[in-house]
Design a protein around this ligand. Structure first.
Ligand code: NAD
Length: 485
């Protein structure tokens, strides 16, 4: 395998020829035959991967991936030359790092086993599907897709490919979430009835006003390719470098932040998802041209399943919270709660006695004396002393090991599955879509001002909006950009 690879690297020009001859200029048109390959990678082989989208998270993901043993970064695709140059300095010091503006040049290389898809959200499905069809294992950032209508195509491509796929909401690989799952499954907090989580901020970076490089221009970046299947627009560096602020490319606070909260909850509770989703919000403060809200709350109803009772989940993001910020995630049951704090968790257990008690703020004192006496007689007969004691409130703190590294563990889980030729990652695309769909429904609820009805089992929306959401068209081939830096 290694020597084949080396031979291949030496003949990169052959790869370019392949692009021209295999019709990859139309990557989303006629589907090429998929490559079904569950071949294991021998434990002695390095897994060679490429990062597609080497922006902020692309760098964090790449570094986390490289903390796994026996993996190697061999190529990078990005649309801004400055980031390709930066990647060469950061990751290619002692070797030739292949860089390109055209991710398709990566997909045609047989020496690459896996790709990390770390582009803006509107590119996730296209690149993921193309990569799976090209026989690559895929680590795709959250949210797995940008629109509800895109999830099933990714799942189908994954199933057909037989390749490994992991979606990148890495927090579920933390020791705290694993402990929470264990506690909930052991029934420590009884039946869950309510989950709340918020993620507030009050600073420009937190509100996605990321720095724009002064050399940004249509010469230094590929604006047309960035637009992809989004509406045509004149070059605007704000849209390129702060894409989260625009519905055309991102998924707003729901897709960016709720998705992490929901992924965690789905992991801990083994739920398949909510059936009713409603959200509401406002653009309250960051009026910088963005078309997504900066304050959003959402209510979701999770129905009873064989894994859990019915519960409600309430999520909030407020980017304009100038008050005291106290971000919290609480899973509340009828015998206690789990509260996450940073990488740790606190479980408090509280069980009510069987006897309800009487007196205090109660109707008892409004009864006549003889009625009160009769009430006490009946109460004493019904509730012997042992039924009147509440169990003492217990608090259990779990501190994650100091070296707990959820991001590296999430990648390790991906690479282990790649090595075994297995599709059994902790966050496979079925799980990934079940977590993404409710947050995409939040956006639809906000913009369409309606309750979204969702079937979490079949993963279909029961009341799709027909007026605005049009089926996805293949992206027209980009001009023969393929510029290599
Ligand atoms: N898991 C997490 O905790 C986490 C954290 C942050 C971001 N993310 C996700 O990571 C993704 C990227 O976010 P970011 O903050 O790094 O954005 P970013 O803007 O910093 O980087 C995105 C990069 O993708 C490149 N790009 C765009 N289209 C491309 C294409 N077709 N081919 C190749 N490169 C392309 C851009 O040039 C840019 O450099 C998003 O989906 C985001 O939701 C996940």
């Amino acid at each position: 395998m290694q020597s084949n690879r080396r031979t291949f690297i030496k003949s990169l020009s052959a790869a370019s020829a392949l692009i021209a001859t295999q019709g990859l200029a139309k990557p989303f048109g006629v589907a090429p035959a998929y490559i079904k390959n569950l071949k294991k990678i021998s434990p002695n082989d390095k897994i060679r991967f490429a990062t597609i989208g080497m922006g902020i998270q692309g760098n964090f993901d790449t570094r986390a991936a490289l903390r796994s043993p026996d993996v190697e970064l061999v190529a990078v695709a990005d649309l801004y030359d400055g980031r390709l140059e930066h990647a060469k300095t950061a990751y290619g010091k002692d070797k030739e790092l292949f860089t390109t503006r055209d991710y398709r040049e990566i997909l045609t290389r047989p020496d690459i086993d896996a790709v990390l898809v770390v582009t803006p959200d509107h590119w996730h499905d296209h690149i993921t599907i193309a990569a799976l069809k090209a026989g690559k294992n895929v680590y795709c950032e959250k949210p797995m897709v940008q629109h509800l209508s895109e999830g099933k195509a990714v799942i189908d491509a994954w199933k057909k490919s037989g390749k490994t796929m992991q979606v990148g909401s890495q927090r579920i690989s933390s020791a705290a979430f694993q402990e929470a799952k264990r506690l909930v499954e052991a029934g420590e907090i009884g039946q869950i009835n309510y989950i709340e989580s918020n993620n507030d901020r009050f600073n420009a970076m937190g509100a996605w006003q990321y720095s724009i490089p002064p050399d940004a221009s249509t010469q230094t970046l590929d604006w047309d390719r960035f637009l992809g299947d989004a509406p045509k627009k004149a070059f605007d560096p704000k849209r390129f470098f702060r894409w989260r602020n625009y519905r055309d490319y991102g998924t707003g606070v729901a897709g960016d932040l709720f998705v992490h909260l929901i992924t965690g909850v789905h992991f801990v509770t083994n739920t398949l998802g909510p059936t009713r989703i409603f959200s509401s919000g406002n653009l309250a403060y960051w009026k910088d041209g963005r078309d997504v809200p900066d304050v959003m709350s959402c209510i979701m109803d999770y129905p009873k399943t064989d894994q859990h009772e019915a519960f409600q989940m309430v999520l909030r993001v407020n980017f304009a919270n100038a008050g005291k910020i106290n971000d919290v995630t609480r899973i509340i049951g009828n015998e206690g709660q789990i509260e996450f704090s940073e990488n740790n968790l606190i479980m408090s257990k509280k069980k009510l006695p069987t006897a309800p008690g009487y007196g205090g703020y109660d109707s008892f004192f409004t009864f006549t004396e003889p009625v009160q006496q009769e009430f006490v007689k009946q109460y004493d007969a019904q509730y012997p002393p042992e039924t009147r004691k509440a169990e003492p409130v217990k608090e259990v703190r779990f501190e994650a090991p100091k070296d707990d590294d959820p991001h590296a563990k999430h990648f390790a889980n991906f690479f282990e599955n790649v090595r075994q030729g297995s599709q059994g990652t902790v966050e496979d695309p079925v799980f990934g879509f079940r977590a993404a769909a409710p947050v995409l429904a939040c956006n639809e609820s906000y913009f369409e001002q309606k309750v979204i009805h969702w079937d979490p089992v079949t993963m279909t929306q029961k009341n799709p909006t027909t007026t605005k959401v049009t089926p996805k068209k293949p992206i027209a081939s980009s001009k023969s950009s393929g510029k290599r830096s």
